[in-house]
Design a protein around this ligand. Structure first.
Ligand SMILES: [Ca+2]
Length: 458
């Protein structure tokens, strides 16, 4: 509550008003104290684990509710944040974080407004696969990655023996996450996580991440003031969230610290340990680019539509170099990220593992393709078309709403063409006799819009 008083005294007040404001502030203090007491009491019930995680958010919201009385929105925000941090300190103590580390990490922690903005921001346009891939798998990155594969050859081979993840994948993740350690994100992890733990949207999750981050400082991995990463709290070379760090980080260079900021051996072995932990299948590729016959039934595409290699072979799927697929006994899915005019990929179990690292098909395709490039492959045989008209978020929402109106069940109209939306598009395309590639294109939106217009004229 000290910071509250200090902040409000900066607001110029005079005469009778000061008395009124003083009385209001007293009431505000009383209410806030009551809230703090009740929340603290509630959180001391050990069984209420889920509630434990929500509490800072509730407190923050409760204090914000009093905002009109506080006179200055900024002061109230600062105050609500400091009350929330005080609550997080109690939480940290219950997590057995040592008192000096709690002090070192949270005494001067600050709320970063920009972090909240980024957490809420939604892109205006959907990013086409061509652009996504073009930005991430550049010739410069491929050259740098090949150089690093060579420089760390012994280390990476050693890790491969221990964990079963080939060097090219580890270097590909490294390149995707931080451009091989050239940029960790530049945001104080304590500030970022405290900000998000005290924000409404995902308070429980980020409180958990903050506790894990404090435990990492407590074990001596890195001092709090040198712990930096992304605005969302991802750490070091391979951008582990603190909870992933806690579970999977490895002290591979054996210096007594799991250091994912300054030790390449620790970072690479940790990535391998994580991949193994989430199911990496040694001896398998991630997937491959393929070619399809002209009359291919595209309604069989989609991440969830898994079939045996034998079935894909019978459907005429061949490698991008027009060779027969190996008849290996595995399941695969066919993905067409730019629609039927772009590249086609058959993806195996390890693709799902990459998706567990980051739940995005584009990301997983980029990691797989970059890994291929690092081991000498050239670019895609059938690169994605670059001139496809961009869909805005509003276009995709309109597309989803019209699919839903027509009973194709595209799911929530959130402006993101995810798996459910693409499956709905495939059903609509098939009904219309279009190529059922599930691609959220202008053509599909136009066809849907036309039909809505025709129906309304009936
Ligand atoms: Ca180490």
């Amino acid at each position: 509550m000290e910071r509250h008083g200090a902040a409000v005294s900066d607001v110029p007040i005079s005469g009778r008003k000061s008395g009124m404001r003083g009385a209001t502030l007293e009431a505000l203090h009383a209410l806030q104290s009551a809230l703090c007491v009740s929340v603290t009491h509630y959180r001391s019930i050990p069984a209420a684990t889920a509630t434990l995680m929500i509490a800072p958010k509730q407190l923050f919201r409760a204090v914000l509710c009093l905002l009109p009385f506080a006179g200055s929105a900024q002061a109230a925000t600062v105050d609500a944040f400091s009350a929330c941090v005080s609550d997080l300190r109690d939480e940290a103590a219950r997590h057995d974080i040592s008192a000096p580390v709690i002090d070192e990490s949270l005494a001067s922690v600050e709320r970063i407004e920009r972090v909240v903005e980024l957490d809420r921001s939604q892109p205006e346009f959907t990013t086409p696969f061509s652009e996504y891939l073009g930005r991430r798998v550049t010739d410069t990155r491929v050259d740098k990655g090949r150089e690093l594969l060579e420089r760390h050859e012994d280390l990476l081979r050693d890790i491969y023996r221990g964990y079963g993840v080939p060097p090219r994948y580890l270097v590909a993740f490294w390149g995707m996450e931080t451009n091989f350690g050239s940029y960790f994100g530049g945001v104080s992890t304590m500030n970022a996580l405290a900000t998000l733990a005290c924000d409404d949207r995902r308070s429980g999750y980020f409180t958990e991440q903050l506790m894990a981050a404090l435990a990492i400082v407590d074990e001596g991995a890195i001092p709090a003031d040198r712990m930096e990463g992304s605005w969302a709290g991802a750490l070091g070379h391979v951008q582990f969230m603190p909870s992933v760090f806690a579970e999977y980080a490895v002290d591979y260079d054996d210096d007594g610290r799991r250091d994912l900021w300054n030790s390449v051996p620790d970072a690479m072995a940790s990535a391998a340990n994580f991949l193994r932990g989430i199911g990496w299948n040694p001896g398998w590729r991630w997937g491959r680019e393929v070619t399809l016959p002209a009359d291919f039934p595209y309604e069989l595409s989609g991440y969830d539509n898994r079939r045996s290699m034998q079935e894909w072979k019978e459907l005429g799927v061949r490698t991008a170099y027009d060779r027969p697929l190996s008849g290996a006994d595995t399941e695969a899915a066919l993905i067409v990220p730019s629609g039927h005019e772009g590249p086609k990929f058959l993806v195996y179990d390890n693709f799902n593992v990459i998706m567990r690292w980051n739940q995005s098909e584009f990301y997983a395709l980029a990691v797989g393709h970059l890994a291929d490039r690092l081991s000498g492959a050239s670019g895609l045989m059938n690169p994605p078309p670059e001139n496809a008209p961009r869909m805005t978020r509003d276009d995709v929402i309109a597309l989803q709403e019209r699919l839903n109106e027509r009973g194709f069940d595209a799911g929530a109209a959130d402006g993101i063409p995810g798996p459910q939306t693409r499956a709905a598009i495939r059903r609509f395309q098939k009904e219309q006799g279009m190529i059922a590639d599930g691609y959220a294109s202008r053509q599909v939106l136009d066809r849907l819009s036309l039909q809505v217009a025709e129906n309304s004229e009936d």
